[in-house]
Every structure is written in structure tokens, then in C-alpha cells.
Design a protein around this ligand. Structure first.
Ligand code: SAM
Length: 241
């Protein structure tokens, strides 16, 4: 996958692409990337990229010309273009999986009060929000999105690590423990040191359900739960009341 991030502050992203698992994915040729400074495409002598909104209102907007120039240079017509925006559709794991199969991904980061709408109308395929809050700019949101997406590209991390993660099948992950088995008078649950794999799996599944019911009951709604699963949800819900 090639990822091109269009931003007024590309340095915010540089360390992310040069570190840890991402750096290895780049070295292995699984990911390539460019960081495009939108200001390089400003046409006036002051490299101005913002201006006041028509109709009045607080703050400034990103001007269309530099972003159009950056999009053209990036070959955006043959890429999937995502604009990070608090006004967009909420980002989730299903959308991350969808993006993970793209060959060319362009992420557009806003700043100030946002973007001239003509940029969005002309270039953007999806407007995506990482949550119901407002950040000062899109770079951190772009990193969140890239981080969730690139780790799903085959070969970046082991497939096994992805299998039982939160959201993979609509449930949150079970609690996990490592050594020491007794710490600060808190003991690891007996079942996990029993070596009995069927019991461990059963315990983990139950914990996943419990956690999902407590923190994210919305994930279970409309799932058409059947048989044993429905009975377990019923039992856990009764216990919680
Ligand atoms: N005036 C905009 C509004 O009320 O919707 C907020 C603009 S925000 C200060 C500036 C930029 O930060 C946005 O253009 C977007 O790129 C980014 N941003 C802020 N919050 C975000 C979020 N929750 N998800 C994705 N991007 C966000």
C-alpha cells in the first residue's frame, strides 16, 4: 500500500512513519509513504494557505488552490482519498479493514476551521471522524487511521495476533495477565494456569461477553444472538442487574 498524507505540518507525522512496526513494514516493502506539504503548492509569494470564510464567522479556512495542486501532484484521481474531519462518518475497525486492501491511499489533514467545501466535492471519497471531539488539526487523526489500517496488511504483524482482538468479531478482548502469577496480593485467575485449554477458551469467551456488555452493549445489539450465546448474555445481564 502507498500512503500519501497531505498536510500543512507533515513533520508531525514523520516520526510515526520512521518508528517501530511501521518502519519495519516500510523496510519490508509492505508500505510506502509520502508526506506532502500542502504549502509547497501555494501559488502566491507568501505561500498563503488560509483565508476568511465567505458569509463571515470565526477563524480561517484552508484555501482550495494549494490543496488542488497537492491532490493533482499526488495523482488523487487514481487513489482512495480520505479527509479527516470531525464532521465525517465515525471511524471503526470495519472501515479500517476496508481501507487495508487499497493500493493507494491519500489522507487529507485539515487545519484552522477546516476546508473549503470545493476541495471535498472535487477530491474526497470519504470524510472520516476519529471520534466525537474536535482536534486542532487532522495529523493526529491521520496517524490514528493509518495505525489501525496498516497493521491489517498481510505480513505486517502475525495473523494470529489479529484473530482475537477487540472488534474482530464484534466483541471486546478478554482480560490478559503475564508473570508474576501473584503480584501485590492479586492472583492470576486459576483457570489461566490450569493448562486446560477448553476451560481457558470458555473463560475467555465469557469475559469477552461480560466486558462487551459493560462497556459496549451497542456492539451486541441487532446481532441476532442464538442458543447458548443468547442464554449466556441473558445470564450475565441478570447478574449485572
Ligand atoms: N470547524 C470544524 C468543525 O467544527 O467541524 C473543526 C475544524 S478542526 C479545528 C481542524 C481540523 O482538524 C479539521 O479540518 C480536521 O482535519 C481535524 N479534526 C478535528 N477533529 C477531528 C476528528 N474528530 N476526526 C478527524 N479529524 C479531525
Amino acid at each position: 500500500m502507498n500512503i500519501n498524507v497531505l498536510s500543512l505540518f507533515p513533520d508531525i507525522l514523520r516520526g510515526f512513519f520512521q518508528s517501530s512496526i511501521m518502519a519495519r513494514a516500510v523496510a519490508k516493502g509492505l508500505v510506502s509513504y509520502q508526506l506532502t506539504d500542502i504549502r509547497d503548492y501555494a501559488t502566491d509569494k507568501h505561500h498563503k494557505c488560509d483565508d476568511e470564510p465567505f458569509g463571515g464567522g470565526a477563524g480561517m479556512l484552508m484555501k482550495p488552490e494549494p490543496v488542488f495542486g497537492a491532490m493533482e501532484a499526488a495523482g488523487a484521481d487514481s487513489a482512495r482519498v480520505v479527509y479527516l474531519s470531525p464532521g465525517g462518518r465515525l471511524f471503526n475497525q470495519a472501515y479500517a479493514r476496508d481501507l487495508a486492501s487499497e493500493e493507494n491511499l491519500i489522507l487529507l489533514c485539515g487545519r484552522y476551521e477546516g476546508m473549503d467545501q470545493r476541495v471535498i466535492d472535487r477530491w474526497v471519497d470519504d470524510e472520516i471522524s476519529i471520534g466525537d471531539y474536535v482536534l486542532s488539526s487532522g495529523e493526529v487523526a491521520a496517524m490514528v487511521l493509518v495505525d489501525a489500517v496498516y497493521r491489517l496488511i498481510p505480513g505486517v504483524i502475525t495473523g494470529e495476533s489479529l484473530e482475537e482482538e477487540s472488534f474482530q468479531d464484534g466483541l471486546l478482548e478478554y482480560p490478559q495477565y503475564t508473570r508474576p502469577a501473584l503480584y501485590d496480593r492479586m492472583k492470576v485467575p486459576d483457570v489461566l494456569v490450569s493448562g486446560h485449554h477448553a476451560n481457558i477458551n470458555q473463560w475467555r469467551f465469557r469475559k469477552r461477553l461480560e466486558k462487551t456488555l459493560v462497556y459496549r452493549p451497542d456492539l451486541l445489539q441487532g446481532k441476532g444472538l442464538e442458543g447458548e450465546l443468547r442464554a449466556l448474555v441473558h445470564e450475565l445481564t441478570e447478574q449485572g442487574e
